[in-house]
Design a protein. Structure first.
Length: 329
């Protein structure tokens, strides 16, 4: 059972993204409609089930897990899940992606539970723009959450900012200044065709190259930093003062060749790509009393079926039937 998860293109899968809920306390326009029918609780994997899946994945070579959603911090006691995962031998890093709203309450317990890394999604530092995009007037809470996380001792916080043409150009410079002041890294992410309202079109992609140009016009040349992990999606740069900036060019420069990720959705479907049309029903297997070997076999089958690329650059690409919050962004 210790055989690694390798796909047809030789990619070894060592990273597991765990969706813990499809619920959220924001309604970012690009991600979630205002009225949403959430999954019934009974359909969501329990912490015991998630822990078991992760243990099996670790035996198959996974060494990093990222907890996401929906908004992972709206799931009650998520730090208990972190603590369970932190006990797993061989899992070297546990990370969590959050909108930051509940960090003020939870940062310390997450740190204590053994969370290694935090990514906080923040597309703007202007309250009115934040309210317009997320449909909630909560920027101040996010900023307090971020400060709480810094105080709790999270040192490698990254801000993730989505970039959409016609909308976010004016946010780039203030976000870099904000990140510089807080000594955190900021990464800009190209808009992907996996939005709730199907508003995506190629023209809406504000490209990494354009973002770079804007940053350099204001702050001077960006120096490339070497990538500690070749599978990481961001191209890493820094300003002369050491401020770290990442560009995730998922659309214009897909990083599928290095992709090492396997996903499990909140309701226990395995997915081998954000853009996959297919899910593998691990929950049924779990709840039918299957043994770990059977779970491992399904994980391997899912990875084996992975396509070469996500295909967003292909004209005939089929868009997934789900938005990011339903898969686990
Ligand atoms: N709620 C958490 C948060 O916002 O950080 C975690 C889940 S959210 C789906 C994860 C990330 O997906 C966020 O940084 C968000 O900006 C990003 N995202 C959502 N829809 C996207 C899209 N269509 N293209 C690119 N990124 C997207
Ligand atoms: Fe919620 Fe994150 Fe989606 Fe925004 S991007 S609606 S915070 S899940």
């Amino acid at each position: 059972m210790s055989k690694a998860m390798v796909d047809r293109f030789g990619r070894i899968h060592t990273s597991l993204r765990i969706g813990v809920t499809d619920r959220c306390n924001l309604r970012c326009r690009y991600c979630m409609p205002e009225q949403v029918e959430f999954l019934p609780r009974a359909e969501i994997l329990t912490f015991e089930e998630i822990e078991r899946v992760t243990r099996v994945a670790v035996r198959l070579g996974v060494d990093k897990a990222r907890i996401t959603g929906g908004e992972p911090l709206v799931r009650r006691d998520v730090s208990e899940l972190v603590a369970r995962l932190a006990q797993i031998d061989g899992l070297d890093e546990i990370a969590l992606t959050t909108n930051g709203l509940l960090l003020e309450e939870h940062a310390e317990e997450l740190k204590r539970a053994g969370l290694d890394r935090l990514n906080v999604s923040l597309d703007t530092v202007r309250p009115d723009v934040f309210r317009q995009w997320t449909r909630r007037d909560e920027l101040a809470r996010v900023l307090r959450g971020l400060d709480a996380a810094l105080r709790a001792g999270f040192t490698r916080i990254r801000l993730n900012a989505l970039a959409i043409r016609g909308l976010t150009e004016d946010e780039i410079v203030p976000l870099v200044e904000f990140a510089r002041d807080r000594r955190v890294e900021v990464r800009f992410i190209e808009f992907m065709p996996i939005d709730a309202d199907r508003q995506w079109n190629e023209k809406a992609v504000l490209t990494g190259a354009e973002i770079r140009k804007r940053i350099e016009q204001k702050f001077g040349p960006l120096r490339s930093r070497s990538r500690p992990d070749p599978a990481q999606p961001a191209a890493d740069f820094e300003l002369a003062d050491g401020t770290r900036i990442g560009l995730i060019c998922s659309v214009t420069e897909p990083f599928c060749e290095q992709c090492n990720r396997l996903r499990i959705t909140a309701e226990g479907q395995l997915r081998n790509c954000l853009f996959s049309q297919q899910g593998w029903d691990l929950r049924s297997l779990l709840r039918s009393g299957a043994d770990d070997d059977a779970l491992a076999e399904m994980m391997r089958a899912c990875v084996a079926a992975k396509k070469r690329g996500h295909g967003t650059d292909e004209p005939y690409m089929l868009r997934p039937d789900r938005a990011m919050y339903q898969i686990g962004g």
